[in-house]
Design a protein around this ligand. Structure first.
Ligand code: AMP
Ligand code: ZN
Length: 115
């Protein structure tokens, strides 16, 4: 989608520090990290939020879920632990309307990390 920041990152129109990439997914470091390790894992396809998922996305989302631990291992936080956050909609503070999974770790995390 033309005006979507994360689609532009997927299309390499905007630079990012890539942590993981395959045909369906992109993982890249958050520009304002909230923890020593903070990576965003996204489907390359433009899906606005969890609210926009349909049965057709089952394989994609299964693949994304399975990739989280693989990526955590690559990031060196699989054994120490990590948190996965998905904001959805206004009350959550979702800022970018392209589904993204925050993967946070690298230290003991506090009770809540807003985003
Ligand atoms: P959310 O509030 O859940 O929508 O999270 C959006 C996240 O995208 C925030 O943590 C931002 O720091 C991050 N972000 C915004 N622009 C960029 C960018 N150009 N590259 C990497 N991360 C970004
Ligand atoms: Zn998008």
């Amino acid at each position: 989608m033309e005006n979507c920041l994360f689609c532009r990152i997927v299309n390499k129109e905007i630079p990012s520090r890539i942590a993981y990439e395959d045909d369906l997914l992109l993982g890249f470091y958050d520009i304002e990290p909230k923890a020593p390790v903070h990576v965003l894992l996204i489907p390359k396809a433009h899906i606005e939020s969890l609210n926009d998922l349909a049965v057709d996305h089952s394989i994609l989302m299964g693949h994304l879920t399975l990739t989280i631990a693989e990526l955590a291992e690559k990031l060196g936080i699989k054994e120490s632990g990590y948190r996965v956050i998905v904001n959805c909609g206004e009350d959550s503070g979702q800022e970018v309307a392209h589904l993204h999974y925050h993967i946070l770790g690298g230290e003991k995390l506090g009770d809540i990390i807003a985003r």
